[in-house]
Design a binder for this molecule. Structure first.
Ligand SMILES: [Zn+2]
Length: 263
């Protein structure tokens, strides 16, 4: 599928039917005094003039990053205990495509299972990693956080967060790192991966309503972040941080929201 898409794009470019965006970017550089064209894919990053403090002003489609009142990530403190039904997770083992997309390492999932949260069924689309963690607990970061991104039929997203602490080497993480491209691109995993092995034993979670943590920062996410971290080794943390030394958005104001703590 991925390769078909590449060849299809190549075909379009070769026959002049599609202008590659790189050419448009080069053209913009020729006229440095003109304002950059606004589009859906304005270049954003985690530092400097294209960093998180500037996302909202970079592009009209990114305005929620600046003015949204339900933004993610947040710091978890003062959570209210609630009795909510447990999250039901059903993810099979698979050989996914692993993508280095310039912002993170992402594992794309085709027909990779579901989760049910608050009575709603969501399909798993992908999971990816942040270093340091995006969410914090009482102001403290973990070294790494995984986000399992699911989508429901009504278009809302359900994202499960998993914190990692330094400890024993993690076999599933090793399989992912071994197949992760060092530069922008994608690669089929060499071995089968069981995403469910990246969940902690204790399934209690922090839950709240928030947003994507990258532009366009859309406020369409039902968040659940597991309270118990899982382990990976120092070497595995360093392997990721060599690619992405800093790919987390700072915590955002909680505003009029509540954090729930549930099984
Ligand atoms: Zn994320």
């Amino acid at each position: 599928m991925i390769f078909m898409h590449k060849w299809f794009s190549f075909f379009l470019i070769a026959f002049g039917l599609l202008v590659p965006s790189a050419l448009a970017a080069n053209d913009a550089q020729v006229h440095p005094h003109q304002p950059a064209p606004q589009n859906h894919t304005a270049h954003w990053s985690y530092e400097g003039e294209t960093g998180p403090a500037h996302w909202g002003g970079m592009n009209e489609h990114y305005s929620a990053c600046a003015i949204g009142k339900q933004q993610s990530p947040i710091d978890f403190q003062g959570a209210y205990t609630a009795s909510l039904s447990p999250i039901a997770i059903d993810w099979p083992a698979l050989k996914p495509v692993i993508v280095n997309n310039g912002h993170t390492i992402q594992v794309n999932i085709d027909n990779g299972g579901t989760m049910v949260m608050n009575g709603k069924t969501y399909k798993l689309l992908q999971f990816h990693f942040h270093h340091l963690s995006e969410h914090t607990v009482d102001g403290q970061h973990y070294p790494l956080e995984a986000h399992f991104v699911h989508k429901a039929e009504d278009g809302t997203l359900g994202v499960l967060g998993v914190f990692f602490v330094e400890g024993k080497a993690n076999k599933t993480i090793q399989k992912i790192w071994n197949s992760a491209p060092l530069e922008k691109g994608d690669m089929q995993a060499h071995k089968k991966i069981k995403p469910a092995t990246l969940l902690p034993k204790d399934r209690s979670t922090y839950r709240y309503e928030g947003s994507l943590t990258t532009p366009p920062c859309s406020q369409i996410v039902d968040w659940a972040v597991f309270r118990q971290p899982i382990e990976l080794s120092r070497a595995q943390i360093e392997a990721f941080s060599r690619l992405y030394a800093h790919n987390f958005r700072p915590v955002q104001p909680i505003n009029r929201r509540y954090i729930l703590q549930a099984q």
